[in-house]
Design a protein around this ligand. Sequence first.
Ligand SMILES: *[C@@H]1O[C@H](CO)[C@@H](O)[C@H](O)[C@H]1NC(C)=O
Ligand SMILES: *[C@@H]1O[C@H](CO)[C@@H](O)[C@H](O)[C@H]1NC(C)=O
Length: 303
Amino acid sequence: MGNHKIQWHLIMDFVCLVALGVAEMLIHVIPIKPSHRGFFCDDKSLQKPLQEETVSTWLTIVVGFSVSISVIILCEAVNAKSKRRKQQLKVGKFNIKCGPLICTPTAWQRRTFFLLFMFGFGALITNLFTDMGKVTVGRLRPYFIAICKPNATLLNCSQGFITEDICTGDPVDVLDARMSFPSGHASFSTYCMVFLALYLESSMPTKQTNLVKPFLQVAFLSLGLLCSLSRIFDYWHHWGDVLVGMFLGTLVAFFITFRSLRLFSSPPCPKCYPTDEVDFVSRNPVNNSEERADLNGDNQFPL
Ligand SMILES: *[C@@H]1O[C@H](CO)[C@@H](O)[C@H](O)[C@H]1NC(C)=O
Ligand SMILES: *[C@@H]1O[C@H](CO)[C@@H](O)[C@H](O)[C@H]1NC(C)=O
């Protein structure tokens, strides 16, 4: 059962997650200056008015996480109740000891945990890539001139391309106005909603209805799309930023669901069940398929 062994593979997974989380946090904590890009004096695309955000950053994060997490937990809990799934998930008792704490998660709880773990991992990857783009590219936001408030005496439009730092606005806001590419709202909301749509596709019990699943998928995808589009009509991003953000989020969502979680591959695939103890991902194929062959040990699930 491995109850008394130290779960090294788990510890390594957490280390990876934490390392990624720390890297992501450092980008925000350390005030890394984005690339300093110049602009054309007559560039109309940078002279949009500064408006309130329709969808704030906090709203995006809170809705993205809470909707995704609650849908996954709900769906897994309902699945666990089904008779067929119960048989599939029949595995031995499994204890996790952590000092005086002992918990005995059931199979569906372990599967849910693994799903959420990988979901969070993907969200971190999405944000990390987004922030790397923001800092290295340093594209100016559509409202850049409104925030920058260029010093009129230094602004010499006959020079054409202006590279000197002539902004008189709040330096913190000016730095933020230099991080347009790609859109973080677009990449995060698209990641969450594409992940959810793919997850529902693989794991939602449908019974006799034909339209409930696609309806929910369309609803979630619309939510992500609206959040992304709001960045364009708010003049907070150029359309290219949003397009690339959506592409990035979609890519990571597909990677996590297909490659890491293997939601759609039908076992047995010999490579999915290596005896090697270390390979976490392939040793733990979370699989929805109703035709799951057999579960013969604890190693099918994390924890
Ligand atoms: C604009 O630049 C000039 C010349 O460097 C300087 O004297 C002036 O104080 C600046 N104005 C503002 C509002 O910063
Ligand atoms: C603006 O730049 C042009 C070309 O560099 C120069 O001839 C002109 O004197 C400058 N005007 C001001 C007000 O600095």
